[in-house]
Design a protein around this ligand. Structure first.
Ligand code: CMP
Length: 140
């Protein structure tokens, strides 16, 4: 299995509840390694750019306002099969549908305030990492 990198974000609903360490612990226990991390309070422009793929969705305005409501912790995770593994450990987008033991089952409040984001494919992982991190900030 290939060593991959993926992008992960701990969202404002989780940083507000002081869950950065608890969520990172779940990621690390799943075998993912944090190779870059920073805390960012994103602007509306940054949120709109990051989530541009969802621009036409009815929840886009709500998405931008929840993502700019407080600080996020953005990370690059590295490990075997990291993209799929991160998605598995995050759980379903809607916490009501998330499996036991997943981050969203454990911590998320709702589909909008679902505590974490993770890249869904290799190309999105590359784009999302490059959106927030310079190569020099990633230390494996
Ligand atoms: P995320 O993985 O960050 O990708 C897009 C986000 O949009 C998603 O998690 C949810 O937080 C949010 N989202 C998806 N569907 C809805 C919805 N129906 N209502 C509100 N927010 C949503």
């Amino acid at each position: 299995m290939a060593i991959e990198r993926t992008f992960s974000m701990i969202k404002p609903d989780a940083t507000a509840r002081n869950l950065t360490g608890a969520i990172t612990n779940v990621l690390e226990k799943a075998g993912l390694r944090v190779v870059a991390s920073k805390r960012v309070w994103m602007t509306e422009k940054q949120a709109e750019g990051f989530y541009a793929v969802h621009r036409a969705r009815p929840f886009f305005g709500e998405l931008v306002s929840t993502m700019t409501a407080g600080p996020t912790v953005i990370q690059v995770l590295e490990g075997e099969n990291a993209i799929a593994k991160n998605r598995e450990v995050m759980g379903a987008t809607d916490p009501a549908k998330a499996a036991e033991g997943t981050i969203r089952k454990l911590f998320a409040k709702s589909i909008g305030e679902n505590s974490v984001h993770g890249s869904d494919a290799p190309e999105t992982a590359r784009q999302e990492i490059a959106y927030w991190f310079a190569e020099t900030e990633i230390v494996g």
